[in-house]
Design a protein around this ligand. Structure first.
Ligand code: UD1
Ligand code: CA
Length: 465
């Protein structure tokens, strides 16, 4: 076990998120392919706290289910303690809903659940500052170019913290203040509990503001620190679709820069979209309009032409993906070539050096080493060996209206054009299939399978001259 400190992190994610105008709870909206809340959980875990709590309320069940299901794919191994806020009457009452958890700890870090750009290092610095003093609380403040919508930090004459005034309660002079509350706080747990019990409803919506606890702690003659964050972007809160898009832009840009720093060439960086976990090897070149999503890993020295879409897939070294190739939940080994306009549906595997060309669709199939499916084919539920050549327009008829069946095509089979394989069916190694055949029976090794009507030529039945 790693040594734990006596710190509890509490994430507030119960709010209605009204300004998003969405049926999806705000914490589950995605940025760079992952839910907002996953970024906050990652930062929380990196602090190695003794416990992580999350307050849920609006869409509670959906939020809890999605978080529980997503944890391992987000790299979160810490258990999450959920607390349910039923009244949804402000950030202060959200924290009250988690009192049974907070009471067990000396120090509590509280984070709003809508600031995905926050960094664990910054939070750690604020905690360190707090711990180096006898303060009752600390709040992260930053200066922002546009403070609209945020709570403003009011400082007294000697520069010390006085209180926070929310946008809706601010007069014209207060609205000029550009130092805002980032929504990240450290509290002495006991003082927080005392302050919470003294909160009264405030503002036009009669809410219990967590921010008022800072004022109340100050009233108890305790010090309240303002930790000044160096990068205001970390404090950007997502309240609307416009803010969601702004944060998305920032994070997308970070991913582009990261990939380039790792040795990947982006021909037009702004036109490449890579999710936060995507890995790409050195000397791979990516043309405009490519999407690399989810848990995708791409090797070295690959070329991704325009319009390539890859989700949750692994691509080996020296692979060429020509324009418009679409790959989902599949594996492509080294030296393969796909496209233009090839489609790999989930659970497809292309072994080394395989080729899948224009308008070919592969589903839940293995295409063996060096095998080719170059033109206008559908290969589904198929195990294909090495060195197979599949002629244009070949179809595996894998579905009988009720069930799916397997097609097995062994090594070095040659399939002529426009062949149908009616599954289940096996073609053994080195067999040849005549063009235009509909194969319904097993074809033995090294034999010729042919299944089509013989051509007849009837005399004088042509068009009259
Ligand atoms: C809040 C702060 C504001 C700060 C800003 C930073 C308060 C009163 N104001 O304003 O000073 O500048 O964040 O981004 O806290 N929540 C609940 N239950 C509720 C209401 C909210 O859990 O009943 C959660 C939300 O899910 C959200 C967080 O608390 O994660 C903040 O709520 P939000 O409505 O976004 O507050 P802001 O108006 O942005
Ligand atoms: Ca907010």
């Amino acid at each position: 076990m790693v040594a734990k400190n006596n710190l509890c992190v509490l994430i507030l994610a119960a709010g209605k998120g009204t300004r998003m105008k969405s049926s999806l709870p705000k914490p589950l909206h995605t940025v760079c392919g992952f839910p907002i809340v996953s970024y906050i959980l990652k930062a929380a875990q990196a602090l190695n706290p003794a416990a992580i709590g999350m307050v849920v309320g609006h869409g509670a069940q959906t939020v809890m289910d999605t978080v529980k299901a997503g944890l391992s794919s987000w790299g979160i191994s810490s258990p999450i303690v959920f607390a349910e806020q039923t009244d949804l009457s402000g950030s202060g009452s959200a924290v009250k809903a988690a009192l049974p958890l907070l009471q067990k700890f000396e120090t509590v870090l509280i984070i709003n659940g809508d600031t995905p750009l926050l960094r664990a290092e910054t939070l750690q610095e604020m905690i360190n500052l707090f711990k180096s003093t006898q303060a009752g609380a600390a709040v992260m403040g930053v200066k922002v170019p546009d403070p609209y919508g945020y709570g403003r930090i009011i400082r007294g004459q000697n520069g010390t913290f006085e209180r926070i005034v929310e946008e809706s309660d601010a007069d014209a002079e207060t609205k000029q203040i550009t130092e805002i509350n980032s929504g990240m706080y450290v509290f002495n747990s006991k003082m927080l509990q005392t302050a919470l019990s003294q909160l009264t409803p405030q503002g036009p919506k009669k809410e219990y503001y967590l921010t008022d606890t800072l004022y109340l702690i100050k009233q108890m003659n305790q010090q309240v620190l303002v930790y000044t964050g160096s990068n205001y972007m970390e404090a950007l809160g997502i309240n609307s679709r416009v803010q969601l898009a702004e944060v998305e832009q920032i994070l997308r840009n970070e991913q582009r820069n990261r990939l380039m720093e790792e040795g990947v060439s982006l021909i037009s960086p702004k036109d490449v979209y890579a999710d936060a976990c995507v890995q790409v090897g050195e000397d791979t070149v990516i043309y405009p309009g490519c999407y690399l999503l989810g848990n995708t890993r791409i090797g070295r020295n690959c070329t991704l032409e325009s319009g390539v879409y890859i989700k949750d897939s692994v691509i080996g070294d020296n692979v060429t993906l020509k324009m418009g190739t679409y790959i989902e939940e599949s594996t492509v080994e080294e030296n393969c070539q796909l496209g233009p306009y090839a489609h790999l549906r989930p659970l497809s595997v292309l072994k080394k050096g395989a080729k899948v060309g224009n308008f070919s669709e592969i589903k839940k199939s293995v295409i063996g080493e060096g095998s080719k499916v170059n033109h206008l084919s559908y290969i589904g539920d198929t195990q294909m060996g090495a060195g197979v050549n599949v002629g244009a327009g070949t179809i595996t008829c894998n579905y009988d209206g009720k069930n799916k069946h397997q097609t097995i095509i062994e090594d070095h089979v040659f399939v002529g054009s426009n062949v149908n394989f009616v599954a289940p069916v096996t073609v053994h190694e080195y067999a040849k299939i005549g063009a235009g055949s509909t194969i319904t029976k097993e074809v033995a090794a090294e034999s010729l399978g042919i299944a089509r009507a013989r051509q007849v030529v009837l005399e004088k039945k042509g068009v009259k001259k």
